[in-house]
Design a protein around this ligand. Structure first.
Ligand SMILES: *Cc1c(COP(=O)(O)O)cnc(C)c1O
Length: 473
């Protein structure tokens, strides 16, 4: 014990001083701002001090070279963007953790224009007076959905909250028990209803809810009937749900607004491409639902946003809610949202120009050919250190949409021969353009549905250099 203490004391005394470290680096940090270099160096020394003091009884004195190497690595890490592009080899198209939908070139152009220049964000060019940012997209959303009016807020969670707050605060909202879901990222329908100040009234059983269940619970306190898309969750077997049409008939007979949170909310029927048939936003609007909410960055394929569409009288009330100001969207969202929406005037074009839709509908043989292209580039160079194969696999829609549905796809699978699978997975994650795959059994899969043709050369080069390094060490 005593000798351990003295050892620790010695190690602590031997820690280099910040100025020594900086002098030792002697300009090797290149053009990195000196402040950042100093902070990184201090952080390294602090970490080492912690390590000596706490967990590591036999920690060694680091050599000058080891220190320099560690410092340079820390400086490089601190000097790079924290938000970075990655290669999505998971096959999950709308991957919430990897940023959901990708923007097309036209959407990025719109965003860039809005960012680099002054815009008519809230300036009416026809009369030179103050304008409304929402008017920039409202007409387009109405054209596409058939709704009378529309509003866009920060995300769909905000859309649901705002609509409930406006229409049902202090009153009762009737929801089917089977639809009280948690979407993930801590969005729970019962909690959102509570936050809006409305009181939740659950009806039906988990698997079956009938129109009479709603009808029985309607009273003077009832403010609305709510239907929620169960998204990432599916009840199968002996089930029954009340349709939007039935709910609208009941609601309107009782002078109550009906709201539907669609979640993904697609403007295109994707069933001709082998995906499950889901009601489109247009169909729900046509069914007479007063307020429909859906995300901008799920199946719509645009930026993060929450779209609220429906009857003019109801949407106007939502627009007047002061909470709206706190949930409003910025010019970047508006720019890229308008650009993505414009694609939908030509549905056929939308399927190829909107990356999310393109990835969801691409033919499997095209994906297979992409997998073969990657394989051809890397096979000979990686094979000695890692066993490679082409394998059919299943991609996922993601974003809570169509949870039980797999999309036929192809993957390149990697089974490392000289390092652990977990070491490989970690190593690929730490590349300058991280490669994120899917672990299955004793291999890592890169599903080629979510990798673009343009990414193949860089992806191949990264993989080759990664496995070359592994070979040396
Ligand atoms: C995804 C989802 C939400 C939340 O939408 P965000 O755009 O992520 O805020 C709400 N409701 C349903 C049904 C969803 O699927």
């Amino acid at each position: 014990m005593h000798s351990l203490m003295t050892d620790k004391k010695q190690l602590l005394c031997a820690l280099p001083k910040i100025d020594e470290c900086l002098a030792g680096l002697a300009g090797r940090a290149g053009s990195v701002p000196p402040t950042l270099v100093k902070l990184a160096v201090r952080h390294c020394i602090d970490l080492e001090r912690q390590r000596i003091l706490t967990d590591d009884p036999d920690c060694q004195l680091l050599s000058r070279e080891q220190w320099d190497e560690r410092l340079l690595e820390a400086i490089t890490l601190k000097n790079q963007m924290n938000l970075r592009r990655v290669i999505n080899g998971t096959g999950v198209v709308i991957h919430t953790n990897l940023g959901r939908s990708l923007l097309s070139t036209s959407m990025v152009d719109a965003l860039q224009q809005a960012g680099a220049h002054y815009t008519n964000l809230e300036f009416d060019l026809s009369n030179g007076k103050r304008g409304s940012r929402y008017s920039l997209v409202e007409e387009i959303i109405c054209d596409l959905t058939g709704a009378e009016a529309a509003l866009v807020v920060n995300n769909n969670a905000a859309a649901v909250l705002l609509a409930l707050d406006t229409l049902a605060s202090g009153k009762e909202v009737i929801v089917s028990r089977g639809q009280l879901v948690e979407i993930g990222g801590s969005f729970r329908i019962p909690d959102v209803i509570a936050k809006s100040g409305a009181r939740l009234v659950e009806v039906g059983a988990t698997n079956r809810t009938h129109l009479a269940d709603y009808e029985r619970m309607i009273n003077d306190e009832t403010a609305m009937l709510l239907k929620v898309h169960t998204s990432n969750f599916r009840i199968i077997g002996f089930t029954s749900e009340v349709s939007a049409e039935e709910l609208v008939a009941l609601g309107h007979a009782k002078s109550l607004p009906v709201m539907e949170d669609l979640g993904s909310g697609s403007l295109v029927d994707l069933s001709p491409f082998g995906l499950p048939q889901e009601p489109t936003v247009q169909q729900i609007v046509k069914a007479g639902v007063d307020v429909v909410t859906f995300s901008g960055d799920k199946l719509l394929g645009g930026p993060q946003a929450g779209l609220i569409v429906g009857k003019k009288e109801v949407i106007d009330r939502i627009k007047r809610n002061p909470l709206n100001r706190a949930l409003r969207i910025d010019k970047f969202t508006l720019a890229s949202l308008e650009a993505v929406l414009r694609n939908y005037y030509d549905l056929e074009q939308a399927l190829t120009t909107i990356p999310t839709l393109k990835m969801l509908t691409q033919p499997v043989d095209l994906i297979k050919r992409r997998a073969q292209r990657l394989m051809r580039r890397i096979h000979a160079k990686i094979q000695p250190t890692c066993s490679l194969s082409l394998q059919p696999t299943m991609s996922r829609v993601g974003g809570g949409a169509m949870p039980e549905h797999g999309l036929s796809s192809w993957a390149v699978t990697f089974k490392p021969l000289q390092i652990h699978l977990s070491a490989m997975e970690q190593g690929l994650r730490k590349l300058s353009i991280p490669i994120i795959g899917r672990m299955e059994d004793d291999s890592l899969l890169l599903d080629m549905r979510t990798v673009s043709d343009e990414e193949i050369p860089d992806l191949a080069a990264s993989l080759i250099s990664f496995f070359r390094c592994g070979e040396l060490s």
